[in-house]
Design a protein around this ligand. Structure first.
Ligand SMILES: Nc1nc(=O)c2c([nH]1)NC[C@@H]1CN(c3ccc(C(=O)N[C@@H](CCC(=O)O)C(=O)O)cc3)CN21
Ligand SMILES: O=c1ccn([C@H]2C[C@H](O)[C@@H](COP(=O)(O)O)O2)c(=O)[nH]1
Length: 305
C-alpha cells in the first residue's frame, strides 16, 4: 500500500527535530528551521487533507479562509464566528500602547461589544483579505484578484497567469503580520477533451511556516479553497501543491512534535460541498461536510506572537 500522504508532514517534523537549523527568530521563542520544502496532496477522490496525528480544528481553519474571502481584516468578524486565532496580535499592540494588562477574554468581549473599540484596536491592517479582494494600485483603483482568477478559469483555463498574491510591498508596514501564505497559483489539466471534467490544481507559495500550529491549518484551508474554486468553475479538484520557504518548529513545540511522530496516521477524511453558491462569496461553514475524521487527540501548544 502507498505510504500515507500525512508522512510528508511527519517527515518534515522529524527532520526539524533531528536536523533543524537552530535560530533565533522575530518572536524571541527560537526555532529549528529548514528552507525549501514541497508537499503534494491528491484531492481528486474527495480527500480532505486534515492531519490525523492530532485533532486539527478544521472548521476554525476553514472559517479563517472564508473570512479572507470576505475581504475583511478586522478580528471582530472572526470573533463573531468564534475564531480566536488572530486575537494575540491586536491584544499585544493594545497592551503595549495602553499599559493595560487586559485579559484576552476581556479584550475579545470589548471588540465584540463596542464597534468603535473594534475599529480602533481590532483591525489587522491591509492583510490577506484586503489584498486578495481589494488590492489598491498606484491610481487608487481596487483589484479583485480572486474574482479575476475565477473569471480566467472560466474563459481561458489554459492560462499560466492565474495567480493571486498578498505581498503588497507598499503596504507591508501597515500589516499586523507580513503575509505568510503569499502566492496562490491555479492550473488546469485535462483540457484536451474526453469524458472527464478538467482538473484544477493549486500551488501555494508560503514564505514562512509554523509547522506545529500554522501548517495543519494552512493545508486544510487551502484544500478547502481549491474545492470551492473548483466547484465554482465546474472542475474536479486535482492536487494541492504546497511550497514552503522557512519552515520551522518553535522550540516550545518540541514535545508536541515528538508525540506527533510517535503516532500513526489514520485515513484522511473526505470533503463534500453540500451546496453550490452563486459565487465564491456565498460559502458558509455549514456547506462543508467532512466525513470519516477520526484523529488522535488534540495537543495544545502556545502560539509565538
Ligand atoms: N507563530 C505563529 N504561528 C502561526 O501559525 C500563525 C501566526 N503566528 N500568526 C498568524 C496566524 C494565526 N494562526 C494560528 C494561530 C493560532 C492557532 C492555534 O492556536 N491553533 C490551535 C487551536 C486553536 C483553536 O481552535 O481555537 C490548535 O491546536 O491548532 C493556529 C493558527 C496561523 N498564523
Ligand atoms: O497562515 C500562517 C500565518 C503565519 N504563520 C507563521 C509563520 C511564522 O511562524 C509566523 C510569522 O512570522 P514571520 O516573522 O513574519 O515569518 O507565523 C503560519 O505558519 N501560517
Amino acid at each position: 500500500m502507498a505510504r500515507h500522504p500525512e508522512y510528508q508532514y511527519l517527515d518534515i517534523v522529524e527532520h526539524l527535530l533531528e536536523k533543524g537549523d537552530r535560530r533565533l527568530d522575530r518572536t524571541g521563542v527560537g526555532t529549528f528551521s529548514m528552507f525549501g520544502v514541497m508537499m503534494r496532496f491528491d484531492l481528486s477522490d474527495g480527500t480532505f487533507p486534515v492531519y490525523t496525528t492530532k485533532r486539527v480544528f478544521w472548521k476554525t481553519a476553514v472559517k479563517e479562509m472564508l473570512w479572507f474571502l470576505t475581504g475583511q481584516t478586522n478580528i471582530q468578524s472572526l470573533l463573531r464566528d468564534n475564531v480566536r486565532i488572530w486575537t494575540d496580535w491586536p491584544l499585544d499592540k493594545y497592551r503595549k500602547a495602553t499599559g493595560e494588562q487586559i485579559s484576552q477574554e476581556a479584550f475579545e468581549a470589548r471588540i465584540l461589544a463596542d464597534d468603535d473599540f473594534a475599529q480602533a484596536w481590532g483591525d489587522l491592517g491591509p492583510v490577506y483579505g484586503k489584498q486578495w479582494r481589494r488590492w489598491r494600485d498606484a491610481d487608487g483603483k481596487e483589484h479583485d484578484q480572486v474574482a479575476a482568477v475565477i473569471e480566467t478559469l472560466k474563459t481561458n483555463p489554459s492560462s499560466r497567469r492565474m495567480v493571486f498574491h498578498a505581498w503588497n510591498v507598499a503596504e507591508l508596514d501597515q500589516m499586523a503580520l507580513h503575509p505568510c501564505h503569499m502566492t496562490y497559483q491555479f492550473h488546469v489539466s485535462g483540457l484536451g477533451g474526453g469524458q472527464e471534467k478538467p482538473k484544477l490544481s493549486l500551488l501555494v507559495g508560503q514564505r514562512s511556516n509554523d509547522i506545529g500550529l500554522g501548517n495543519p491549518f494552512n493545508i486544510c484551508q487551502q484544500a478547502a479553497l481549491l474545492a470551492m474554486v473548483a466547484q465554482q468553475v465546474d472542475m474536479t479538484p486535482g492536487e494541492l501543491i504546497w511550497a514552503g520557504g522557512d519552515v520551522h518548529l518553535y522550540s516550545n513545540h518540541v514535545e508536541m512534535a515528538r508525540e506527533l511522530v510517535r503516532r500513526e496516521p489514520r485515513p484522511f477524511p473526505k470533503l463534500r460541498l453540500l451546496r453550490k453558491p452563486d459565487s465564491i462569496d456565498g460559502y458558509r461553514i455549514e456547506d462543508f461536510e467532512v466525513t470519516g475524521y477520526d484523529p488522535h487527540p488534540a495537543i495544545a501548544a502556545p502560539v509565538a506572537v
